[in-house]
Design a protein around this ligand. Structure first.
Ligand SMILES: NC(=O)c1ccc[n+]([C@@H]2O[C@H](COP(=O)([O-])OP(=O)(O)OC[C@H]3O[C@@H](n4cnc5c(N)ncnc54)[C@H](OP(=O)(O)O)[C@@H]3O)[C@@H](O)[C@H]2O)c1
Length: 253
Protein backbone atom coordinates (compact mmCIF):
# COMPACT_ATOMS: atom_id res chain seq x y z
CA UNK A 1 0.00 0.00 0.00
CA UNK A 2 1.34 3.49 -0.89
CA UNK A 3 2.28 5.72 2.05
CA UNK A 4 -0.18 8.56 2.77
CA UNK A 5 0.76 11.81 1.04
CA UNK A 6 1.38 14.74 3.39
CA UNK A 7 1.70 17.92 1.31
CA UNK A 8 4.31 20.47 2.37
CA UNK A 9 2.79 23.91 2.96
CA UNK A 10 4.82 27.08 3.51
CA UNK A 11 2.69 29.61 5.39
CA UNK A 12 4.26 33.04 5.76
CA UNK A 13 3.38 35.08 8.83
CA UNK A 14 2.23 32.01 10.73
CA UNK A 15 3.24 33.22 14.20
CA UNK A 16 0.07 35.25 14.72
CA UNK A 17 -3.38 36.13 13.44
CA UNK A 18 -4.66 34.65 10.21
CA UNK A 19 -1.45 32.76 9.40
CA UNK A 20 -1.41 30.96 12.74
CA UNK A 21 -4.95 29.64 12.16
CA UNK A 22 -4.11 28.68 8.56
CA UNK A 23 -1.12 26.67 9.84
CA UNK A 24 -3.28 24.92 12.42
CA UNK A 25 -6.04 24.06 9.92
CA UNK A 26 -3.55 22.84 7.29
CA UNK A 27 -1.85 20.63 9.87
CA UNK A 28 -5.26 19.25 10.85
CA UNK A 29 -5.59 18.21 7.20
CA UNK A 30 -2.30 16.30 7.50
CA UNK A 31 -0.09 18.83 5.76
CA UNK A 32 3.49 19.27 6.94
CA UNK A 33 3.72 22.97 7.68
CA UNK A 34 6.70 25.27 7.24
CA UNK A 35 5.82 27.91 9.85
CA UNK A 36 7.37 31.24 8.87
CA UNK A 37 7.68 34.18 11.25
CA UNK A 38 9.55 37.46 11.43
CA UNK A 39 10.34 38.52 15.01
CA UNK A 40 8.03 36.57 17.30
CA UNK A 41 10.10 33.41 17.77
CA UNK A 42 8.43 32.51 21.06
CA UNK A 43 4.94 32.73 19.52
CA UNK A 44 6.08 30.75 16.48
CA UNK A 45 7.62 28.04 18.67
CA UNK A 46 4.37 27.79 20.63
CA UNK A 47 2.41 27.39 17.37
CA UNK A 48 4.81 24.74 16.15
CA UNK A 49 4.50 22.77 19.38
CA UNK A 50 0.69 22.93 19.26
CA UNK A 51 0.24 21.86 15.63
CA UNK A 52 -1.46 18.52 15.12
CA UNK A 53 0.55 15.87 13.28
CA UNK A 54 4.31 15.70 12.81
CA UNK A 55 7.05 16.93 10.50
CA UNK A 56 6.47 20.68 10.86
CA UNK A 57 9.36 23.16 11.03
CA UNK A 58 10.08 26.81 11.80
CA UNK A 59 11.67 29.44 9.51
CA UNK A 60 12.52 33.08 10.28
CA UNK A 61 12.78 35.80 7.64
CA UNK A 62 12.23 39.55 7.39
CA UNK A 63 10.32 39.80 4.12
CA UNK A 64 11.08 43.50 3.71
CA UNK A 65 14.66 42.43 2.94
CA UNK A 66 15.14 41.76 -0.80
CA UNK A 67 17.26 38.62 -0.33
CA UNK A 68 14.91 37.02 2.23
CA UNK A 69 12.61 35.07 -0.15
CA UNK A 70 15.55 33.15 -1.63
CA UNK A 71 16.83 32.15 1.79
CA UNK A 72 13.37 31.17 2.99
CA UNK A 73 12.47 28.95 0.02
CA UNK A 74 15.94 27.38 0.00
CA UNK A 75 15.56 26.59 3.71
CA UNK A 76 12.15 24.97 3.20
CA UNK A 77 13.38 22.91 0.23
CA UNK A 78 16.41 21.81 2.25
CA UNK A 79 14.22 20.71 5.15
CA UNK A 80 11.34 19.10 3.23
CA UNK A 81 12.63 18.48 -0.30
CA UNK A 82 9.50 19.98 -1.84
CA UNK A 83 6.82 22.69 -1.57
CA UNK A 84 3.28 21.75 -2.56
CA UNK A 85 1.44 24.78 -1.18
CA UNK A 86 2.59 28.36 -0.66
CA UNK A 87 0.36 30.68 1.34
CA UNK A 88 1.53 34.29 0.97
CA UNK A 89 -0.06 35.56 4.16
CA UNK A 90 2.57 37.72 5.93
CA UNK A 91 1.81 41.39 5.61
CA UNK A 92 2.23 44.77 7.23
CA UNK A 93 -0.15 47.71 7.58
CA UNK A 94 1.61 50.99 8.38
CA UNK A 95 -0.18 54.34 8.46
CA UNK A 96 1.23 57.05 6.16
CA UNK A 97 -1.71 59.32 5.36
CA UNK A 98 -0.65 62.04 2.93
CA UNK A 99 -0.79 65.30 4.86
CA UNK A 100 0.13 63.57 8.13
CA UNK A 101 3.67 62.36 7.35
CA UNK A 102 6.88 63.87 5.99
CA UNK A 103 8.08 62.80 2.55
CA UNK A 104 10.87 60.79 4.17
CA UNK A 105 8.32 58.87 6.29
CA UNK A 106 6.09 58.42 3.24
CA UNK A 107 8.97 56.90 1.26
CA UNK A 108 10.00 54.62 4.10
CA UNK A 109 6.47 53.25 4.66
CA UNK A 110 5.85 52.94 0.92
CA UNK A 111 9.03 50.92 0.36
CA UNK A 112 8.49 48.64 3.37
CA UNK A 113 4.84 47.99 2.56
CA UNK A 114 5.42 47.22 -1.11
CA UNK A 115 8.43 45.05 -0.22
CA UNK A 116 6.54 42.91 2.32
CA UNK A 117 3.07 42.84 0.73
CA UNK A 118 3.87 42.61 -2.99
CA UNK A 119 7.52 42.05 -3.87
CA UNK A 120 8.16 39.27 -1.35
CA UNK A 121 5.02 37.28 -2.32
CA UNK A 122 6.02 37.63 -5.98
CA UNK A 123 9.55 36.39 -5.37
CA UNK A 124 8.39 33.59 -3.05
CA UNK A 125 5.92 32.49 -5.73
CA UNK A 126 8.60 32.46 -8.44
CA UNK A 127 10.95 30.40 -6.29
CA UNK A 128 8.29 28.03 -4.93
CA UNK A 129 7.04 27.44 -8.48
CA UNK A 130 10.52 26.23 -9.45
CA UNK A 131 10.17 23.53 -6.79
CA UNK A 132 6.52 22.78 -7.70
CA UNK A 133 7.49 22.29 -11.35
CA UNK A 134 9.84 19.48 -10.30
CA UNK A 135 7.06 17.70 -8.37
CA UNK A 136 4.36 18.07 -11.04
CA UNK A 137 2.45 21.01 -9.67
CA UNK A 138 1.25 22.87 -6.61
CA UNK A 139 -0.95 25.66 -5.35
CA UNK A 140 -0.31 29.26 -4.33
CA UNK A 141 -2.80 31.23 -2.22
CA UNK A 142 -2.27 34.97 -1.88
CA UNK A 143 -3.93 36.90 0.96
CA UNK A 144 -5.00 40.22 -0.46
CA UNK A 145 -7.49 42.68 1.06
CA UNK A 146 -10.75 44.47 0.47
CA UNK A 147 -8.60 47.62 0.55
CA UNK A 148 -7.27 46.71 -2.90
CA UNK A 149 -10.71 47.54 -4.33
CA UNK A 150 -12.00 50.14 -1.89
CA UNK A 151 -8.86 52.18 -1.34
CA UNK A 152 -6.88 52.79 1.86
CA UNK A 153 -6.96 56.52 2.55
CA UNK A 154 -4.52 56.32 5.47
CA UNK A 155 -2.29 53.59 4.06
CA UNK A 156 -2.17 54.11 0.27
CA UNK A 157 0.83 51.78 -0.18
CA UNK A 158 -1.16 48.98 1.46
CA UNK A 159 -4.07 49.41 -0.97
CA UNK A 160 -1.69 49.67 -3.93
CA UNK A 161 0.37 46.64 -2.90
CA UNK A 162 -2.74 44.49 -2.41
CA UNK A 163 -4.16 45.63 -5.78
CA UNK A 164 -0.81 44.70 -7.28
CA UNK A 165 -1.00 41.32 -5.56
CA UNK A 166 -4.41 40.71 -7.16
CA UNK A 167 -3.06 41.50 -10.62
CA UNK A 168 0.07 39.48 -9.94
CA UNK A 169 -2.00 36.44 -8.95
CA UNK A 170 -4.01 36.68 -12.15
CA UNK A 171 -0.88 36.94 -14.29
CA UNK A 172 0.77 34.04 -12.48
CA UNK A 173 -2.33 31.87 -12.80
CA UNK A 174 -2.22 32.35 -16.57
CA UNK A 175 1.52 31.69 -16.73
CA UNK A 176 1.54 28.58 -14.54
CA UNK A 177 -1.74 26.76 -15.27
CA UNK A 178 -0.14 24.73 -18.10
CA UNK A 179 2.33 23.43 -15.51
CA UNK A 180 -0.45 22.48 -13.07
CA UNK A 181 0.48 25.24 -10.63
CA UNK A 182 -2.73 26.94 -9.55
CA UNK A 183 -2.96 30.42 -8.06
CA UNK A 184 -5.83 31.75 -5.95
CA UNK A 185 -6.39 35.07 -4.21
CA UNK A 186 -8.52 35.73 -1.14
CA UNK A 187 -9.50 39.31 -0.27
CA UNK A 188 -10.74 39.62 3.34
CA UNK A 189 -12.30 42.70 4.88
CA UNK A 190 -11.69 43.34 8.59
CA UNK A 191 -10.46 40.28 10.47
CA UNK A 192 -10.10 40.07 14.23
CA UNK A 193 -6.25 40.06 14.57
CA UNK A 194 -3.42 42.22 15.93
CA UNK A 195 -3.33 44.10 12.62
CA UNK A 196 -6.95 45.20 13.03
CA UNK A 197 -7.10 45.43 16.85
CA UNK A 198 -6.09 49.09 17.14
CA UNK A 199 -8.81 50.11 14.71
CA UNK A 200 -11.53 47.81 16.02
CA UNK A 201 -10.93 48.80 19.64
CA UNK A 202 -10.42 52.49 18.80
CA UNK A 203 -12.96 55.30 18.47
CA UNK A 204 -13.99 54.12 14.98
CA UNK A 205 -14.58 50.51 16.06
CA UNK A 206 -18.38 50.72 16.26
CA UNK A 207 -18.57 52.55 12.92
CA UNK A 208 -16.44 49.85 11.26
CA UNK A 209 -18.79 47.13 12.45
CA UNK A 210 -21.90 49.14 11.45
CA UNK A 211 -20.50 49.20 7.91
CA UNK A 212 -20.60 45.38 7.74
CA UNK A 213 -24.08 43.98 6.95
CA UNK A 214 -23.15 40.70 8.65
CA UNK A 215 -22.79 42.71 11.87
CA UNK A 216 -19.27 41.60 12.79
CA UNK A 217 -15.74 41.30 11.44
CA UNK A 218 -14.48 37.97 10.10
CA UNK A 219 -12.73 35.47 12.36
CA UNK A 220 -9.35 33.95 11.56
CA UNK A 221 -11.10 30.56 11.52
CA UNK A 222 -13.32 31.70 8.65
CA UNK A 223 -10.41 33.08 6.64
CA UNK A 224 -8.35 29.94 7.24
CA UNK A 225 -11.24 27.69 6.16
CA UNK A 226 -11.37 29.52 2.84
CA UNK A 227 -7.57 29.39 2.43
CA UNK A 228 -7.33 25.68 3.24
CA UNK A 229 -10.13 24.94 0.78
CA UNK A 230 -8.29 26.89 -1.94
CA UNK A 231 -4.99 25.24 -1.02
CA UNK A 232 -6.25 21.65 -1.00
CA UNK A 233 -9.75 21.27 -2.44
CA UNK A 234 -10.85 24.02 -4.82
CA UNK A 235 -11.49 22.99 -8.41
CA UNK A 236 -8.46 23.57 -10.61
CA UNK A 237 -10.61 25.61 -12.99
CA UNK A 238 -10.89 28.28 -10.28
CA UNK A 239 -7.24 29.22 -10.81
CA UNK A 240 -6.85 32.98 -11.21
CA UNK A 241 -9.89 33.78 -9.06
CA UNK A 242 -10.10 36.56 -6.46
CA UNK A 243 -12.57 35.72 -3.69
CA UNK A 244 -14.14 38.24 -1.30
CA UNK A 245 -14.57 37.50 2.41
CA UNK A 246 -16.04 40.62 3.97
CA UNK A 247 -19.54 40.07 5.38
CA UNK A 248 -21.03 41.79 2.29
CA UNK A 249 -19.38 45.10 3.26
CA UNK A 250 -17.93 45.67 -0.19
CA UNK A 251 -19.32 43.81 -3.18
CA UNK A 252 -17.82 43.96 -6.63
CA UNK A 253 -19.73 43.51 -9.88
N1 LIG B 1 -6.54 41.68 9.92
C1 LIG B 1 -7.24 42.21 8.95
O1 LIG B 1 -8.23 42.95 9.18
C2 LIG B 1 -6.87 41.92 7.51
C3 LIG B 1 -7.79 42.29 6.51
C4 LIG B 1 -7.47 42.03 5.18
C5 LIG B 1 -6.30 41.39 4.85
N2 LIG B 1 -5.42 41.06 5.82
C6 LIG B 1 -4.17 40.41 5.42
O2 LIG B 1 -4.04 39.15 6.03
C7 LIG B 1 -2.66 38.85 6.23
C8 LIG B 1 -2.41 38.47 7.69
O3 LIG B 1 -2.80 39.57 8.50
P1 LIG B 1 -3.01 39.46 10.08
O4 LIG B 1 -4.12 40.34 10.40
O5 LIG B 1 -3.03 38.03 10.50
O6 LIG B 1 -1.64 40.17 10.56
P2 LIG B 1 -0.90 40.17 11.99
O7 LIG B 1 -1.77 39.61 13.04
O8 LIG B 1 -0.36 41.55 12.14
O9 LIG B 1 0.31 39.14 11.73
C9 LIG B 1 1.27 39.49 10.76
C10 LIG B 1 2.16 38.30 10.47
O10 LIG B 1 3.11 38.71 9.46
C11 LIG B 1 4.44 38.61 9.98
N3 LIG B 1 5.24 39.75 9.59
C12 LIG B 1 5.13 41.04 9.98
N4 LIG B 1 6.11 41.79 9.46
C13 LIG B 1 6.89 40.95 8.73
C14 LIG B 1 8.09 41.11 7.99
N5 LIG B 1 8.71 42.27 7.88
N6 LIG B 1 8.60 40.02 7.37
C15 LIG B 1 7.99 38.81 7.48
N7 LIG B 1 6.86 38.59 8.17
C16 LIG B 1 6.33 39.66 8.80
C17 LIG B 1 4.28 38.59 11.50
O11 LIG B 1 5.41 37.91 12.07
P3 LIG B 1 5.88 38.22 13.61
O12 LIG B 1 4.78 37.71 14.49
O13 LIG B 1 7.14 37.45 13.77
O14 LIG B 1 6.02 39.70 13.70
C18 LIG B 1 2.97 37.85 11.67
O15 LIG B 1 3.16 36.46 11.62
C19 LIG B 1 -1.88 40.10 5.79
O16 LIG B 1 -1.41 39.93 4.46
C20 LIG B 1 -2.93 41.19 5.82
O17 LIG B 1 -2.64 42.24 4.93
C21 LIG B 1 -5.68 41.30 7.15
Amino acid sequence: MAAAFHPVALVTGASRGIGRTIARQLAAREARVAVHFHQNRAAAEAILAALPGTGHALFAADLTVPTAPEGLVAGVLRAFGRIDVLVNNAGIYELHAPGEVTFAEWQKRWDRTVAANLTAPAHLSFLAAQGMRRTNGGRIVNISSRGAFRGEARAPAYGAAKAGLNAFGQSLAKALAPERIFVFTLAPGWVDTDMAAGHLQGPRGAEIVRDIPLGRVATTEEVARAVVWLALDAPESMTGCIIDLNGASYLRT
